[in-house]
Ligand binder design. Structure first.
Ligand code: HEM
Length: 223
């Protein structure tokens, strides 16, 4: 009896790229949903804390999403490491003089932005979920926690930097997805690249609007 089909597929470069693409799409879906949830901070403390409370009243949903995200993060990192090994096995001795041709700045930095984003998520969970991030934390006041956290310029600066790297990562990820799907068309390919850049830029601006608004004193509103 041979290897199961799923394992045979995983053992191909295309299989690993597919796992990376599917897990990346699920994670990006969470990022977009989380952004939409976070933007409710502009609607005031009652709305934002109410949103957080209503999620906590659905523990089955929250825990299913957490388990799904964890599995996706593991698969995303695992497939990226396997692909890196495959690449280095294909060229065990590095180029004597390496000059990038078709790769973009973002594609070359995927292996740098990825671990920084992972480190950001760990700090982010420490800060807003576990309350051990070094900024004021009140279990049932998510609104206050975000405002207090972003009032610290170094914290806001770190978030803005991390969001920039995340969006660079997302832009290239989206672009790689089209390539993995085998999509190439002389007219539409450049448009897809532009669409990936615009989508990443919108996500970036959406996220950073929160620390920027806190630092600028736009939120909390003084009524
Ligand atoms: C300005 C940017 C962001 C703000 C203000 C923000 C805010 C928050 C807050 C307040 C929580 C805790 C929610 C609660 O306990 O009810 C949270 C949880 C979380 N955030 Fe963010 N977030 C931001 C960006 C991000 C980004 C970019 C990612 C992923 C790359 C992310 C991933 C998560 C995760 C995984 C959780 C834990 C969810 C859970 O409890 O299972 N966040 N965020």
């Amino acid at each position: 009896m041979g290897e199961p089909r799923a394992l045979r597929f995983w053992n191909t470069t295309l299989g690993k790229k597919a796992v990376m693409a599917v897990s990346g799409v699920v994670l990006a879906g969470f990022v977009i949903g989380h952004l939409l949830g976070n933007l409710q901070i502009f609607l005031g403390p009652d709305r934002f804390n109410g949103y957080s409370r209503s999620l906590r009243q659905l523990p089955a949903l929250v825990w299913s999403v957490r388990v799904l995200l964890l599995v996706m993060v593991i698969l995303h990192i695992w497939s990226s490491l396997e692909l890196a090994v495959t690449k280095s096995e294909a060229r065990p001795v590095g180029y004597a003089k390496w000059k990038p041709t078709s790769s973009t700045y973002a594609s070359r930095t995927m292996y740098m932005t990825g671990p920084i984003i992972a480190a950001f998520v760990v700090y982010h969970l420490m800060q807003f979920t576990f309350g051990v991030g070094g900024t004021p934390f009140e279990e049932n006041d998510v609104y206050g926690n975000v405002i207090a956290g972003f009032r610290v310029p170094a914290v806001s600066g770190f978030y803005i930097l991390a969001m920039g790297l995340l969006c660079l990562h997302l832009r290239h990820g989206l672009w790689s997805l089209f390539q993995t799907l085998g999509f190439y068309h002389p007219r539409y390919t450049p448009r897809l690249k532009t669409a990936a850049t615009v989508a990443a830029l919108i996500i970036f601006l959406g996220f950073i609007s929160i620390p920027v608004a806190v630092l600028a004193g736009v939120i909390p509103q003084i009524l």
